[in-house]
Write a protein that binds this ligand. Structure first.
Ligand code: SF4
Length: 304
């Protein structure tokens, strides 16, 4: 069988090991070297171009069904739970806490829950309602497990590595948000970022009010492609007498996008985190669809 292997950045260092194992089983193996952001970003074009019989995607669970033979190999990490002890002081004023984590630690969620319950907390684990599949699981773009429990809890605790996942959940919830990071050994509330990102969003909206032309970013990635949304937004922009172009790429190279100087602002329809995390990578405002709608509303008001 001809197999294409695909790894997210953190697992690319293990590519050769997996390749050799499959070769020893008699398969022809090729490794994708493209950047990989999630199961929303399957290397389907490469697999089809190579006439591969199967794509093996490491590190993420299925995002949505695709018309190709894909095997998902999850990657679980057993993080040291002793860090939880350190979080008890910070949580002393909160009786009911909500727990969230990533797919890498979902197998540890019961143990984390048990720890807090033994220490007198009522623990709530939310159900996912988007692309995430497991209770308590969040993705960078799917924080249903956090949002669904926001009203029931006094604080939310994220257990896991990095800031990418908790930041998305933070922005869509209202309660004190504690990040328990077992790799750095840190336990910190990150609530201050709500205000910082709100201000940043307002700044982008204000900077776009004078824009006359908008570049709408559409990706060809399987789980992020949204041409329907792009066409809808283009129509809205044109209806208000301005111009818009639809810009397509698989992974956007922001230097190339910057070269499109005719556009006064850009609108993202790909991974929703691009308009949150990558705004500094363009010299012009990079708006989400909601932010564009706000810009159009303000423009309408100013025109009257
Ligand atoms: S946050 Fe972006 S990269 Fe991550 S799963 Fe969602 S769409 Fe994909």
């Amino acid at each position: 069988m001809r197999i294409l292997l695909q790894f997210p950045e953190g697992l690319k260092q293990e590519a050769l090991k997996h390749s050799k194992k499959l070769e020893a089983e008699g398969h022809e193996v090729i490794i994708s070297a493209s950047p990989t952001f999630g199961a929303c970003d399957l290397a389907l074009d490469e697999a089809r171009d190579l006439k591969a019989d199967k794509l093996v995607h490491f590190g993420h669970a299925e995002f949505h069904h695709v018309d190709f033979n894909v095997e998902y190999i999850s990657y679980q990490i057993d993080a040291d739970l002793s860090i939880l002890q350190k979080s008890l002081d910070k949580l002393s004023g909160f009786n009911t806490i909500g727990l969230v984590t990533t797919i890498q630690h979902i197998h540890q969620l019961d143990a984390v829950k048990e720890f807090y319950e033994k220490n007198g907390k009522k623990v709530v684990v939310g159900r996912p309602y988007g692309f995430a599949k497991k209770p308590g699981q969040i993705l960078g773009c799917d924080i249903g497990s956090a949002a669904s429990i926001d009203k029931q809890v006094d604080a939310i605790v994220y257990f896991g590595g990095g800031m990418f996942h908790p930041l998305g959940a933070l922005l869509m919830t209202t309660k004190p948000f504690l990040v328990v990071e077992p790799f750095q050994g840190s336990v910190e509330f990150i609530d201050q970022y709500r205000e910082i990102y709100k201000k940043r969003s307002n700044g982008k909206i204000l900077a776009s009010v004078k824009a006359r032309s908008f570049g709408i970013l559409v990706t060809t990635k399987n789980g992020q492609h949204n041409m329907a949304m792009a066409k809808l937004l283009k129509g809205k922009i044109e209806q208000q007498g301005m111009s818009a172009g639809i810009l397509v790429a698989n992974t956007f190279d922001f230097e190339s996008v910057s070269n499109m100087r005719e556009f006064d602002a850009f609108v993202n329809t790909a991974c929703p985190r691009i308009a949150i995390d990558d705004t500094d990578r363009l010299p012009k405002p990079l708006l989400s669809a909601n932010e564009l709608n706000e810009v159009l509303r303000i423009k309408k008001e100013l025109a009257h």
